[in-house]
Design a protein around this ligand. Structure first.
Ligand code: FAD
Length: 447
């Protein structure tokens, strides 16, 4: 039996379904997928991160007397050639978004595939309500897992030591430039490995619940990018914090299960990747200008603009800010959540289809366990509450260094300072809030 171990978004050797379940003679591979890469900008930071992670994985596999064959091609060409070379089957971890599902079906028509759930803890198919329908609300879903009573045990995969690498030409390593990309500067924390990040976060986990919403404080784990590309598995993260058994860790673990929940929702309701989970005919505002101003951070609302400019510069955005800018786009500007979702998909380093779609539908009151439609964040109240001294806003707008912070938290107050050039807000917060509520009421009445 000659097996191909197809690494994709599971770029690690610990707790690896592929390395645990392979039988003996293996060819570990990674494909820089031309179908995906052609859609990305040449300065996409994620490609630099993946590239570094793949080279790291190659080194780690070499340390285990294996290796990694790297391709820059379309997956179907790679597997057609591997079939000709006499390979029998492919092992990979299952991915639930539509591109991945279609790609894998195509590959399965070339070589048989064995799939493992490795990027998420739960098999979404095996966890249903008593009436055999899927959960749609987070709290009962989470409670049913009995994590709180600590009876939830997760076994990690152990490495199969009998593996032998198949003779192959492992020497090809394309450069980023050959693939059409430019090497990008990455945020400093991404140069750390996942365990280092967890250890750093462990020292702060007792303050997580209290501080996680303050977007000028570094209070969260910053593990989402590593999780996204599988440099650590969610099981490893769960087990690491569960072993400490404290209530603080429990609160954090709950967040990890939001990621599971959104994957579960996408699995059971695949239409929700592109459409409202709950059928609602909403007549969104099609004004492209408003949307572009939001993307570019030119709305005239300091907290929104700072968050968007920070995202554009770094690929990062704090969770609370994601909620605030999403509420602003979909409620105050009344722009379709799908446009915001697509923009985040292009920019976020930790972009994950299920979490992104689920969270956008949460913010826009169109999805599973979503915010009620009349809940519209007031961006000024949010910045007053979670960035009172304007530390985050000033970190983005250096020219506001000497501005009195209270001006950031009052609608159009910055214009009263003669030394500041800043646009007037493109929308009136109170009026636009009411417009959103009325439009939602209208859509609900039409159901
Ligand atoms: P922590 O607060 O330390 O949380 C630990 C982990 O729990 C995260 O890494 C993540 O895996 C998970 N988690 C936490 N909150 C959520 C949540 N609301 N939904 C799902 N998982 C969660 N997260 C992504 O990983 N990818 C996305 O594309 C994404 N898009 C989002 C879009 C919007 C509009 C919103 C409101 C949230 C989105 N999130 C997304 C969730 C959340 O903002 C990030 O997971 C979090 O900010 C990552 O930082 P952290 O690792 O420090 O999180």
């Amino acid at each position: 039996m000659r097996q191909v171990l197809w690494f994709r978004r599971d770029l690690r050797v610990e707790d690896s379904a592929l390395l645990a379940n392979a039988s003996k003679n293996v060819l570990p591979i990674f494909i820089f997928d031309k179908n995906i890469l052609k859609k990305l900008d040449k300065n996409d930071k994620r490609v630099t991160f993946i590239y570094k992670s793949v080279l790291e994985l190659k080194k780690k596999l070499q340390g285990l007397n294996l290796d990694l064959a790297i391709f820059f091609d379309e997956p179907k060409n790679v597997f057609t050639n591997l079939k000709k070379d006499g390979f029998d089957e492919v092992l990979c971890s299952v991915d639930f978004d539509s591109y991945a599902k279609n790609r894998d079906e195509e590959i399965e028509s070339i070589l048989p595939i064995k799939r493992f759930i490795d990027s998420f803890i739960l098999n979404p198919n095996s966890h249903l309500k008593k009436d055999n329908t899927p959960y749609k609300v987070f709290t009962p879903f989470y409670k049913s897992l009995n994590i709180i009573t600590q009876s939830y045990n997760i076994e990690e995969y152990s490495f199969n030591k009998n593996l032998e690498k198949i003779e192959f030409d492992y020497s090809f390593i394309p450069t980023l430039e050959q693939m059409g990309f430019e090497s990008q500067e990455l945020p400093e924390f991404l140069s750390k490995d996942a365990i280092e990040l967890l250890e750093e976060f462990r020292a702060k986990v007792n303050k997580y619940q209290e501080e996680r919403d303050f977007f000028y404080i570094d209070a969260s784990s910053k593990i989402s990018v590593h999780l996204r590309f599988g440099l650590i598995s969610p099981k490893q993260v769960f087990n690491y914090f569960k072993s400490f058994g404290s209530a603080d860790c429990e609160f954090f673990i709950r967040e990890i299960f939001w990621r599971e929940f959104y994957n579960y929702i996408l699995f059971h309701f695949p239409h929700s990747e592109f459409d409202n989970l709950n059928k609602l005919e909403i007549k969104w505002n099609e004004n492209e200008e408003d949307f572009i101003k939001w993307c570019e951070g030119k709305t005239g609302v300091p907290i929104i603009d700072a968050a968007m400019i920070h995202l554009n510069n770094t690929g990062l955005m704090h969770n609370r800010l994601r909620m605030v800018v999403a509420s602003f786009l979909t409620k105050n500007l009344f722009v379709d959540w799908k446009k915001g979702e697509e923009y985040f998909a292009k920019k976020l380093l930790d972009y994950e289809a299920s979490s992104n779609v689920g969270s956008w539908q949460w913010s826009s009151s169109t999805g599973a366990d979503a915010a009620p439609y009349f809940r519209v964040f007031n961006p000024y109240t949010q910045s007053q509450k979670f960035d009172k001294d304007g530390i985050f806003i000033k970190s983005v707008f250096k020219e506001f260094e000497n501005i009195e912070p209270k001006l950031f938290h009052i609608e159009n107050a910055l214009q009263s300072n003669l030394f500041v050039e800043y646009p007037k807000a493109i929308v009136d917060i109170k009026l636009s809030r009411q417009r959103a509520i009325d439009k939602f009421k209208e859509a609900k009445n039409e159901q």
